[in-house]
Ligand binder design. Sequence first.
Ligand SMILES: Nc1ncnc2c1ncn2[C@@H]1O[C@H](COP(=O)(O)OP(=O)(O)O)[C@@H](O)[C@H]1O
Ligand SMILES: [Mg+2]
Length: 679
Amino acid sequence: MDDKNPELDAIVDRTERLGVIGSPSSTSELALDVLGGAVARKLVGELALFRYVQDTAPHYALGQITEVQLRNVWHEDPTMRSLIRQRGRVDAVSERQDTHLGKMIISAVFKAGGPAGYEPSILGTVPSTGTPIHIVTDEVLDEVLCPYREQIFYLGHVYGSKPRLPLWFKHFDTGPEGAGEAYHLGIFGKTGSGKSVLAKMILLAYARYPKMALLVIDPQGEFAQDMRPARGARSEFALPVGDIARNMGKQSIVLTVCNLVLDRWELFEQILFESPFFEQLTIPKGENRELACGRLADQLKRSNVKLKDLHKRESFDRAWEILGDERNQRIFYRTQNSRERFNATLEESDPDDFYSDYWEPVATLFREDREGAKSINSALSDLLRTNVANRPILVIDLSREQAHGLFWNDKIQSLVIKRLLDGLSQSAEHFYKEGESLNTLVVIDEAHRLAPRELPRDDDAARGVRSVLVDAARTTRKYGLGWLFISQTLSSLHSEILQQLRIFFFGFGLGLGQEFQSLRQLVGSSGTALDLYQLFRDPHSAFDIASRQYSFMTIGPVSPLSFSGSPLFLNAYNTVEAFLEANGLRGGSTGGTGGEAIPNPSGGGTEAAEGNAPGTDTRVEPEDEAQALIDKILKWAKSHENFDRSFVEAMRERLQQRGSLTDGQLNALRNIVNKWHIE
Ligand SMILES: Nc1ncnc2c1ncn2[C@@H]1O[C@H](COP(=O)(O)OP(=O)(O)O)[C@@H](O)[C@H]1O
Ligand SMILES: [Mg+2]
């Protein structure tokens, strides 16, 4: 048969042969007879490949080796066993008669041919025993994935191996780089397993798209730290997310508790309820206090006090008056007795102290004239507006550290998060126009705290947050909002959220008990994949920092190698440099210098790549070359019915929209011309 892909075959020929297909093998799991020479090599976790022919076209199947077994039937023989017991080994048998049998699960199959060079296919048959199985190298991957090169993003290497694991993170709109709809992702693992760092890397993958907006709800202030310009190394893996995003021309906005203006009376009521204000007036938490808060808010509104003026002394004085008024007191204390007691407390208390100690810290949360103040509504509008050239990253830092002089605790944090989520659902509905995706990713760290599966019956606040979150995850997807949930355990996250996730990353620490059960349910039947997962080590058990490994198993459509649905395994980059290098994110000044980042209006794809076509002295602008190639191919295609024009047409559209193609895409076009001998 005619060999259309000498490049790939030549590359594969140069790679090491690990073994051959053995028996029994099926389309879901293949047996691998390990070659003698490869026995001493680490095999588990390696990405391997074999060539075969299916429907007369050359195919390449890639997969991961999940297990290696040693067998020596002679050693299992009872007479041999007694010999071995005496001598330790039997020279003719021991070692020599060993066989090593591996298991390989196929994650992707490519068929040679088609306009772009390779097309996804399936393993529709099992090739004959003896078919050589090779190790996969970066070179092999670069070749089979060349049509997609520009979309590919790297978070790390194939677990326990050298090649980079190609992943892709598509935006939520339609178009060549889009998924066509929003989807949800989840990252799970014990504390310290590297979830937050992985989420930041993924955030940057999405930040590459100018038309995508990103929102981070950051309960610990961790993401906000990394957004600040040229920050010093605070943690081991200090990813300068803000600097890199600015280099891509993306504006990043950090709002902290200090400049986030709360804008609902309902919130005022709830926060006052949680605050020590009424505690100090001897109204314990409970129904009376709830009634008092409600009445006070009502009466303030009625007296025309504005939320933004609550912090003023006159508003406080008005509040104090309201509380002293018997008509109001009747609402929250029915008996004469309690009212008298309350009045006595009111009498004794010093309003000046109350104002500064208990009123101001709450009321200031609603104050609009703070430095850099922004209301939740206007922040969300800026985020969701789609008619801007490059949409922003908004990080909302809700950590206690930022709440200087404000009343803040975990309860208030969840109330504010609830307000944010409510606002998000409403704004999404408001900004959504038929047929236009809002194309926004919402990252929510420590999600298990907000949407736990179990909650005490009487904890209404927490129940409120949870149901809003579960609801938002369910309803906002249709507007083009996708969510990235980060959680420590699977079982602690509400099952309705779990069911909606499309892409999962599992870090270390889910290997036991109930967690493992949940994991098994999600991964499905492929038991050998879970064996590989169980080899993950706690990063903190490494002997030194440099050898720490942050491993993840991923399932879902996150890689061009995962279309068969089997899990993939990776070790995340453990240095910032390696991560930036792999993804061409180094741009201009890399951290540290604090120089002004120059926005790159063309939105990526212009990193200082040298013109690497040999012998091109006469400079042709790449756009012109691309246009010429596209014209040539489409003209030729008119007389070649069986040529699939969709890729080239997508390229023509992209060139019109963006004015340029990426190096990978240009190369793919050149390949088409060469392969089909188009003159
Ligand atoms: N890929 C990585 N390479 C190097 N260090 C990492 C990596 N991922 C995490 N770390 C470090 O490990 C620690 C815990 O990581 P973090 O992402 O905060 O874990 P989690 O969010 O799962 O609790 C941090 O000090 C972080 O700097
Ligand atoms: Mg974390």
